[in-house]
Design a protein around this ligand. Structure first.
Ligand SMILES: C[S@@+](CC[C@H](N)C(=O)[O-])C[C@H]1O[C@@H](n2cnc3c(N)ncnc32)[C@H](O)[C@@H]1O
Length: 336
């Protein structure tokens, strides 16, 4: 029997997990072929059937995700009440500080100082681009360090492979962008001081990606030192009000990554119309079809099935980015 949920897991295995997580690729392929598990998932609302949510919930509850299919399947079947309850209360809120490496070159071009307003902020870990260390590496296979910026003492070093004429001015060695105000909006803000919330964020990191787990823990330490202002709410209902609170004299920058895909197309359009009218600048870093005004202006198509995001300043695309901030392929778009 054909199942949309099966297609969802098959697509996840192929497009997202392949090359990144052998265990999730295998589990997702097997879920796609398991009629009983699919029927259990289909008992949940559509938005709650996602592979990342299922695997994250199993990890969160201490279930096995790297011990092979039989162990995973038996565990899920035997713990479906807890698993489905966790899937119902939690969201896929993966918070990836690594994305700051793709934002930094744009933030550096804007009039300083900055007031950052992140919509869909999760725990707000992308609100600290001034507190991380950056290592930009050549994409030619040798991975030579092209540029390094940021405080040597930061517990977080973000590696990013670069190609194309990425603006990485030497002045960044002296000074990272100056952030004088940071605020975020989320339907469910996570609190960096709450152990259970941080355990959930850790459960969302894929098992083989231990470097991402270390990065997450370091970024949580950074945020805990001065937790961000996070507002609970829908981005369309709250963004205007939050931007209005930004201090005078700072450039308001509304930004988001891996967020708009969660909104229906009409809500995305509503958001775009609102942000166009706000003061300051708008940085978007989203999967390719999500913002049509950006996608339409891309100078070239992304390699098929690459999963790359499009980075744009005020709807002008400037680069393709790795979805976790691991790469930056700059187009050469004139800034300013
Ligand atoms: C995949 S996470 C990305 C988090 C962060 N932007 C990052 O790049 O690490 C998406 C976040 O968007 C939030 N979100 C989804 N729809 C939203 C909405 N309509 N209003 C506010 N937040 C939303 C989710 O709760 C979640 O925390």
């Amino acid at each position: 029997m054909h199942s949309d949920t099966g297609d969802l897991y098959r697509a996840f295995a192929e497009r997202e997990a392949r090359g990144n997580s052998a265990s999730y690729q295998d589990l997702a392929e097997r879920v796609a072929g398991d009629e009983q598990l699919l029927a259990m998932l289909d008992g949940l609302p559509t938005a709650k059937r996602q592979p990342n949510l299922l695997f994250g919930a199993v990890r969160h509850l201490g279930g096995p995700v790297t011990a092979g299919w039989p162990a995973f399947r038996d565990w899920v079947a035997g713990h479906w009440d807890e698993t489905s309850a966790t899937m119902l209360v939690r969201r896929t809120q993966t918070n990836e500080a690594g994305r700051c490496a793709t934002l930094l070159p744009l933030l550096a071009t804007l009039p300083q100082p900055l007031a950052l307003i992140e919509v869909g902020a999760s725990a707000g870990l992308c609100l600290y681009p001034d507190r991380y260390r950056y290592r930009y590496l050549s994409a030619d296979g040798a991975s030579a360090v092209v540029a390094e910026f940021g405080a040597a003492a930061s517990p977080v070093t973000l590696d990013c492979t670069v190609s194309g004429p990425v603006p990485l001015p030497a002045s960044l060695q002296e000074r990272l962008p100056e952030v004088v105000w940071r605020a975020g909006i989320d339907l469910n803000p996570l609190d960096v001081r709450a152990e259970e919330d941080m355990r959930w964020l850790e459960s969302l990191v894929w098992p083989e990606q231990t470097h991402r787990l270390e990065r997450l823990r370091g970024a949580v330490r950074v945020a805990r030192a001065a937790p961000p202002l996070l507002v609970r709410g829908d981005l369309n209902e709250t963004v205007r009000e939050l931007v209005a609170q930004a201090p005078a004299g700072a450039t308001p920058v509304v930004f988001h990554s891996a967020v708009l895909a969660y909104l229906p197309p009409q809500a995305r359009e509503e958001f775009a119309a609102t942000v166009r009218e706000l003061p300051g600048h708008w940085i978007s870093n989203e999967a390719l079809p999500v913002l049509p005004t950006v996608t339409r202006r891309l100078p070239r198509p992304a390699p098929a099935g690459s999963g790359l995001f499009a980075l744009a300043l005020d709807e002008r695309p400037v680069a393709f980015t790795g979805p976790h901030g691991q790469s930056l392929d700059w187009f050469g778009t004139a800034l300013g």
